[in-house]
Design a protein around this ligand. Structure first.
Ligand SMILES: Cc1cc2nc3c(=O)[nH]c(=O)nc-3n(C[C@H](O)[C@H](O)[C@H](O)COP(=O)(O)OP(=O)(O)OC[C@H]3O[C@@H](n4cnc5c(N)ncnc54)[C@H](O)[C@@H]3O)c2cc1C
Length: 456
């Protein structure tokens, strides 16, 4: 029988990155995908949301163009065209992934894959898909994650949205309630608010974007409030009945009406449908337990991406895939989560890498905060009329950069420098001594290092 070196279940960022790398290194690979190549990230996550948000940003810029001395009459948007462009981009990028997999000689099978025999040192694993059995010496589980639907009374009976339905909408709801103020919820809030919905975000915590820098999250919330989004913090949605949503906070219960309700309270690893029971793997939290080489508790079985329930970000998934395949090829690079960048693609953008002040305080790590308004960057001032923002660097006692947090466009691009600095253990002095191109918004990193030495 034909035995593959590696079988991969799931073709999201973890699965396709692993397949391409392993294939290019001469391993014989089979990749199973039950939906669309590219997984959640390409088909209903990162790429579609950023495409919609970019259209919204252009619309916002056009409406505000007077600030830059440019007149645009009758600024309007065309939702079907925005959605069609999103679909076109997904198709184009999917074709790119398929071509990459072909080049790497990866065999792909469309269907749900289930492990039927776990194998041992002598015998290969057996995986069933579309009634056929495939044998493989190693397995990588990259089944991703799915939306959590909270147990809110009456929710199931209403036509609520998750991110999937919101991405395919044919109309902009007059009013929209988003349950959950995490990254996905806030990005959709920004999109629908810009296109004219009256958006309310209900969040049970005392701030949006839990896990990101608290100070910048509050500043972003203020910016979005100015743009028209209403936030109800420390508040829980308890029941839904048609358009009526009952919410509860310390002051009691209240009812408000919305044209549409969207649920965005988080995602959970997909642990069913691929034969977890056969493999008998250990769990950590709500995901698959892995070691620093992305190996599960069973030798020869690896897991990467959202299924580990750890980072739930596409770029982490890709790095995990590189570490896992590297380990299979005898390269013992360990996975590091020291500097995973997190980005919120609102307008303005917010991004962070490394530890937040909240984490440093909780871990009792001594640190100094070095910060400047983004307007210290000439380019930021040029491109953001009346724009606000902050860049802050958190440094340890030895000057090592522990965290960088930025509010202001284009934080998503600048944060790359910070991630590298943190991962490589650079100090504030190291960054100060670098030459940044002028004028760029990225110079703010050098400015913070230069202007604030020694400040706490
Ligand atoms: C709305 C939204 C916006 C997002 N925006 C961002 C962003 O801007 N940046 C970012 O980094 N992350 C973002 N994410 C998260 C990102 O999409 C995920 O972290 C990423 O997709 C995880 O990759 P993965 O390979 O682990 O799994 P996935 O992309 O979830 O892919 C898993 C694949 O496995 C397949 N599968 C599952 N079980 C089986 C089976 N038994 N047989 C065959 N196939 C199977 C599934 O069909 C799926 O295609 C976003 C997510 C959402 C929902």
């Amino acid at each position: 029988m034909n035995i593959y070196d590696l079988a991969i279940i799931g073709s999201g960022p973890a699965g396709y990155a692993a397949a391409g790398l392993a294939g290019r290194n001469g391993l014989k690979i089979i990749l199973f995908e039950k939906n669309n190549i590219g997984g959640v990230c390409l088909n209903e996550g990162c790429i579609p949301t950023k495409t919609l948000l970019y259209s919204a940003k252009i619309y916002q810029h056009a409406k505000e163009s007077e600030k830059y001395g440019v007149s645009c009459d009758a600024v309007a948007f065309d939702l079907p065209k925005i959605i069609a462009r999103k679909n076109k981009i997904v198709r184009k990028l999917a074709a790119g992934i398929r071509a990459g997999l072909n080049d790497a000689d990866v065999e792909t099978v469309g269907g749900e894959a289930i492990v039927r025999k776990k194998g041992d040192g002598q015998n290969a694993m057996e995986i069933e898909c579309n009634g056929q059995t495939y044998s493989a010496r190693k397995l990588l589980i990259a089944t991703g994650s799915e939306t959590i639907i909270p147990p809110i009374s009456g929710l199931a009976e209403t036509g609520f949205w998750t991110s999937r339905e919101a991405l395919e909408t044919k109309e902009i709801p007059e009013s929209l309630l988003i349950i959950g103020g995490g990254v996905i919820g806030i990005e959709f809030a920004s999109f629908f608010n810009t296109l004219g919905s009256r958006v309310t975000v209900v969040e049970m915590a005392n701030e949006i974007l839990t896990g990101m820098d608290g100070e910048l999250s509050a500043l972003l919330r203020n910016e979005l409030t100015k743009q028209g989004i209403e936030f109800r913090l420390n508040t829980t949605a308890v029941s839904v009945s048609g358009r009526r949503v009952e919410m509860e906070n310390a002051n009691g219960k209240s009812v408000s009406e919305f044209s549409k309700t969207m649920v965005s309270v988080g995602r959970k690893p997909v642990l069913t449908g691929f034969g977890l029971e056969t493999l008998d793997l250990e769990l950590r939290g709500n995901g698959l337990k892995v070691d620093e080489y992305m190996q599960t508790s069973r030798p020869g079985v690896y897991a990467c991406g959202d299924v580990t329930g750890f980072s739930l970000l596409a770029h982490t998934a890709v790095r995990e895939a590189e570490v896992a395949v590297g380990h299979m090829l005898g390269k013992n690079e360990k996975m590091s989560y020291k500097a995973v960048p997190g980005v919120v693609y609102t307008n303005p953008e917010m991004a962070g890498a490394g530890k937040t002040e909240e984490v440093l305080r909780a871990e009792n790590i001594a640190y100094a905060t070095k910060r400047l308004p983004m307007t210290y960057s000439g380019r930021f001032t040029v491109e953001n009329e009346q724009g606000n923002g902050i860049c802050k660097i958190l440094a340890g006692e030895d000057g090592a950069i522990l965290g960088v947090h930025i509010l202001g466009n284009p934080a998503s691009e600048i944060i790359v420098v910070a991630g590298i600095a943190i991962e490589k253990g650079l100090t504030v002095e190291d960054l100060r001594a670098m030459i940044f191109p002028h004028p760029t918004v990225g110079e703010i990193i050098k400015e913070v290092s230069r202007h604030c030495e020694g400040e706490t």
